[in-house]
Design a protein around this ligand. Structure first.
Ligand code: SF4
Length: 332
């Protein structure tokens, strides 16, 4: 680790790929019941440039073929079962046993996140159709594989491809994935109290933008170093960090953090620059976005920060543009 790199960059280990599990059909693999796929171009063409995907198709891997009869979740109080309605075959136990083994294998690979296929009785993360006796479904189920994944691995960032179309949820997921990757990089180098303080210092604005209460608890955890066993200290911090990052950030919290960051710049900005930045922050607070490249009497917004190293330049076009915007998002 070099101390000359700014902020988050010193924590990012490029030699270690960011590994994300994914429902195979989202990569374009023809594994669905009808022999089709559900390729998601944002995942394959944009996010995929930054990650190594680890695909899994639970239905295929428990031995269901292609094509195969449809399966669904059924309400069999007090639990939900995974059933092939045509034959009445109950696949719940088989899928649960597979999921337990598969999650253990994936934990060996040290994933940084998982993207699940929405609506699937195996992979769906939420609001999956559950059929009752009358055949009328309620959308309150969770796919059997997804249930096991989230129960066994509560700190893993998990999202569905549909929810990643929401820019706030997408930003939260990406920030969480990158943060988890940095934490793992630090673990590989060896957790020490000093590194924990440095990690917390480098990430505190990001953590604060997600949840103020969690941020305060994290500060107390760091402050408890030396009073509790180190192992407990690091576990407490990791758990609370994941709790904070799983909260949805808001423009209000981001604006509060931006004001805090403005305090660091008070000796390098003149009154006019401060006033303009305050206006930009207020614009952002109201509508949830502000144009980084917006012209102002003194140039563009980014021109206020010439003394800050490694700011992203204007996006170019196509995938490159989206890739750039991911960098900008992650640096928030
Ligand atoms: S949703 Fe899951 S189980 Fe269904 S085809 Fe896709 S990867 Fe396979």
């Amino acid at each position: 680790m070099t101390t000359r790199q700014p902020g988050w960059q010193q924590w990012h280990d490029e030699s270690e790929p960011i590994r994300i599990g994914i429902s195979s059909c989202l990569l374009g693999q023809k594994v669905r019941f009808d022999g089709g796929h559900k390729r998601d171009r944002f995942l394959t063409d944009v996010l995929g440039q930054w990650l190594t995907w680890v695909p899994a198709c639970p239905e295929l891997e428990i031995g269901l073929g292609i094509p195969r009869p449809t399966i669904r979740l059924e309400n069999a109080q007090p639990e939900t079962r995974l059933v092939e309605p045509k034959s009445g075959l109950d696949l719940t136990d088989k899928m649960q046993a597979y999921a337990e083994t598969k999650v253990s294998e994936l934990q060996e690979l040290e994933l940084d996140g998982f993207v699940l296929k929405k609506d699937s009785p195996s992979c769906g993360m939420e609001r999956v159709r559950v059929y009752g006796r009358g055949g009328v479904p309620t959308k309150n189920g969770v796919g059997i594989f997804a249930q096991v994944l989230m129960r066994r691995w509560p700190n893993l960032p998990v999202e569905e491809e549909g929810r990643l179309n929401d820019s706030v949820l997408r930003e939260r997921f990406i920030a969480h994935v990158f943060c988890r990757h940095r934490w793992r990089s630090m673990e590989r180098k060896g957790l020490t109290r000093r590194r924990l303080v440095e990690f917390h210092t480098a990430h505190k604005l990001q953590l604060r933008s997600h949840n103020e209460a969690s941020y305060r608890r994290l500060g107390k955890i760091v402050g408890s170093a030396g009073t509790i066993p180190d192992r407990e200290l690091f576990e407490n911090y990791e758990d609370e960090m994941h709790t904070a990052l799983s909260r949805r950030p808001s423009s209000k919290r981001h604006a509060n953090v931006l004001y805090h960051a403005l305090g660091y710049l008070k000796n390098v900005l003149d009154p006019f620059e401060k006033q303009e930045l305050v206006q930009l922050i207020e614009d952002y607070r109201k509508v949830g976005r502000a144009d980084y490249l917006a012209p102002s009497p003194r140039g563009q917004a980014r021109d206020f920060l010439p003394r800050r190293p490694a700011l992203p330049r204007a996006p170019s076009k196509g995938a490159d543009a989206q890739k750039q915007s991911l960098v900008a998002t992650e640096r928030c």
